[in-house]
Design a binder for this molecule. Structure first.
Ligand SMILES: *Cc1c(COP(=O)(O)O)cnc(C)c1O
Length: 499
């Protein structure tokens, strides 16, 4: 009986957030994080653990009694970190970088601090209004037309990822189309992209109920740098109309995931506009570069599209996750996605004088993510953010120069941004299977050293290596060292020494 009483007494006194304890432990955690950033190069970039490594290292159930912060941190160091692939390592050149910054981190801390769940305006007016301000700031930086801005006739919203952005716009487009042609014609809706469109597009179409048979992944070719042809789009749309189908949605990409190919927005939108097709432009990675005047031309024609998204968590120093979506007709999003349960009713929402972002997204709850972007934009200014992009481009150009100077290697597709697609091709007349095998071996060896991490792709049947510059801690010496390592790999291959 006595022990039961003391258990109950303990649970009554439990305080999950004590300001004094918070101060002490947060200091320790900040030191831990700063040490991690400082020593990050001492870890293998690509983790070398085997599947299941962590389950066998941790107990089967949660502890019954509290454990000390020190004990937990020690486990982070000894058990968690070995299983991390270090995306923030300066030697990380895989996929696209997930860039970060001190300002972005501090904004994330503030976001966590308030834990505002800003589903509607009243739930946290500052959360909604800061998002409106920041989305218009970013729109101005990208020179988007007023039709996408709150200060004009459109608006922007922070989504989690590109998948969410495409999903909500596709659903808005779908509902608009079904209003016109009748819900019974759902099976007639057709969507368009290229064979380079991100794989999430097909997933999102599935979620939105588009028939898999009506997803047109139009072919691209190396001769056109893997860019979607407006003529091909026109032919596909005409054929579908001819067959009694209803063209619904085009997902164009500025900076594809495999090779940063650019779909030419203007002529594609021209075709789509003729047929009333909703055009979305996915610039998840390359959108960030468009804050520089010298890259803005990649968005030419953007005034003709219906929606546009890019992910600052990729190239604008903003931590995961943060995908910015602008739409010309927010009313269509709201029409498709709004809910109005009694427990969320409030005067400002009913007066239609406010934005309730829950009606622009899939979920209800949402974080105060605009704090992160606001901190980044203010702390660095447009000037430094442009310098950040240009500095990554400069390093990518340098790497491109290294590749070009070695006759054993070749650049496979032209570089637009900070991704270099290259491969070993020492015997241009030997079979492509041999070239692929050679490059696979090279990649495996380079990554097995733990000193760098890069990835590959296959486009148009061509196997190539991707060198994506831009991790926030990378400088020139890391790029030089990576190239030296790649050359060492090539030397070993040609000497036939064991890998
Ligand atoms: C990375 C990428 C995506 C996925 O983006 P997230 O916002 O990180 O989910 C979609 N499209 C393109 C073109 C990408 O490069």
């Amino acid at each position: 009986m006595g022990s039961l009483d003391s258990n109950m007494a303990e649970s009554v006194q439990f305080k999950p957030l004590d300001a004094q304890e918070f101060r002490k432990q947060a200091h320790q955690m900040v030191d831990f994080i700063a040490d991690y950033y400082q020593n990050i190069e001492s870890y293998p970039v690509l983790t070398q653990v085997e599947p299941g490594f962590l389950r066998s290292a941790l107990p089967d159930s949660a502890p019954h009694r509290p454990e000390s912060f020190e004990t937990i941190l020690k486990d982070v160091q000894e058990k968690i970190i070995p299983g991390i692939t270090h995306w923030l390592s300066p030697n990380f050149f895989a996929f696209f970088p997930a860039t970060v910054s001190t300002a972005g981190f501090l904004g994330e801390m503030l976001c966590a601090c308030f834990n505002s769940v800003g589903f509607n305006w009243l739930a946290s007016p500052a959360s909604t209004e800061l998002e409106i301000v920041v989305m218009d700031w970013l729109a101005t930086m990208l020179k988007l037309p007023k039709t996408f801005m709150f200060s004009g006739t459109g608006g922007g919203v922070i989504q989690n990822t590109t998948s969410d952005s495409i999903l909500v716009t596709l659903i808005a487009a779908r509902d608009r189309a079904l209003d016109a042609v009748g819900a019974e014609n759902m099976h007639k809706l057709v969507v368009y992209g290229s064979d380079q469109t991100h794989s999430t597009f097909a997933k999102v179409c599935k979620l939105a109920g588009v028939s898999p048979a009506n997803i047109r992944a139009l072919p691209t070719s190396v001769d056109a740098n893997f860019s979607l042809s407006p003529q091909l789009l026109r032919r596909a749309v005409e054929a579908d109309v001819e067959a009694g189908l209803v063209p619904l949605f085009l997902c164009a990409t500025v900076g594809t995931t495999s090779t940063t190919a650019v779909d030419n927005v203007e002529p594609l939108a021209e075709v789509a506009n003729e047929y009333g097709i909703w055009v979305h432009v996915d610039a998840a990675y390359a959108g960030s570069a468009c804050i520089c005047p010298e890259f803005r031309h990649y968005l030419n024609g953007i005034e003709r599209v219906d929606s546009f998204s890019f992910s600052p968590h990729k190239w604008l120093l903003s931590y995961l996750d943060c995908c910015c979506l602008w739409v010309k007709q927010p009313g269509l999003l709201v029409k498709a996605l709004s809910t109005d349960p009694e427990y969320l009713k409030n005067k400002p929402s009913e007066s239609n004088s406010v934005v309730d972002f829950k009606d622009w997204q899939v979920g209800t709850g949402r974080r105060f993510k605009s704090l992160r972007l606001w901190m980044v934009l203010r702390s660095y200014g447009v000037f430094n953010l442009q310098s950040h992009i240009r500095s990554d481009i400069r390093l990518a150009k340098m790497f491109e120069g290294f590749v070009k100077s070695d006759p054993r290697f070749e650049i496979v597709v032209p570089r637009h941004f900070a991704l270099v697609c290259f491969r070993l091709n020492p015997y241009p007349h030997s079979g492509s299977a041999d070239t692929e095998m050679l490059n696979r071996k090279l990649l495996d060896w380079v990554n097995s050293t733990g000193r760098v991490y890069l990835t590959h792709t296959i486009v148009g049947g061509l196997y190539m290596l991707r060198f994506a510059v831009g991790a926030s801690l990378t400088d020139e010496r890391h790029v030089v060292a990576a190239w030296e390592l790649i050359m060492e790999g090539a030397d070993r291959l040609f000497k036939g020494s064991a890998f």
